[in-house]
Design a protein around this ligand. Sequence first.
Ligand code: NAP
Length: 308
Amino acid sequence: MSPTSIAIVGFGKIARDQHVPALHDNTAFSLDAVASRNASLEGVAHFRDIQTLLDERPDIQAVSLCAPPQVRYRQACAAIAAGKHVMLEKPPGATLSEVEDLRAQAERAGVTLFATWHSRYAAAVAQARDWLRERHVTAVDVQWKEDVRRWHPGQEWIWEAGGLGVFDPGINALSIITAILPEAFFLTQGELEVPANRQGPIAATLAFSDRRGAAIRAEFDWRQTGPQTWDIHVETDAGPLALTQGGSCLRIGDEIVLEGDDVEYPGLYARFAELIARGESDVDVAPLRHVADAFLLGKRVEVEAFHE
Ligand code: NAP
């Protein structure tokens, strides 16, 4: 089968760091174009924006949308209207309603829509989910703490409305726990620490519960310097499980059962190829719904202004 001709739209940090290498290694795709206002990739056709790309390259079959979430909906609408398969970086949109609308548009147009959650493809997540499936979870502790100056230098959109603030990384933890925990869970309390000069929170403390009363806590913080923490600890009736290093390392009880490599984006593109081949879509808004709930129910506390 000939490879699916794909274009990346919004050629920034994640496109360069992850999408290009993952596409390079996947024979199901051929990266044939980039649409980005200020950036290009040597040896690949360049267009200023998605509409110009769609107008001038009808042969492109799929697009991977890697711009910030505030412009995702507009770009996805244009791509679906042109009959392209669409992969959405996380979060899939700025609101839940627009993602639902995209899902309906894709279905009507008969194209694949894939709302990606890259952390779900971390090496140990599937094994953690399988082990927890038969267990009774009693408590969960999520610690997702990183240095915003190190990972998001100069990114203004991330602090603006729709940029999610610390939920931009925090949603990755939520994407993992929504995938591995056997019961649905709901926010009961939250506190969002918002710098005086920003729209988005710099830290959040969340308490969730499930139908059986499990205590699920999450702490997201962007002020952590030194070692970075992306860890999930789960207590069960069969002992503890720890999913650490962003989901790549799994410990069950005292035994380290898996220490994997970074396989997230290769996994995403393998899944996108599979969805296209089957004529299916994959749009799960659960992580974004929890973030929306945090903004609905969480108390806001003003903290000191944040400067780069
Ligand atoms: P970024 O580098 O700040 O932005 C990506 C590119 O999008 C920019 O370089 C810019 O390219 C384009 N863009 C920015 N604002 C735009 C606008 N208003 N209209 C059209 N295009 C615009 O961001 P990123 O870190 O790559 O993140 C992009 C998405 O990937 C986010 O949703 C993020 O959550 C997700 N993500 C990021 C990471 C990470 O480590 N950074 C990891 C996983 C997922 P031009 O100026 O050339 O148009």
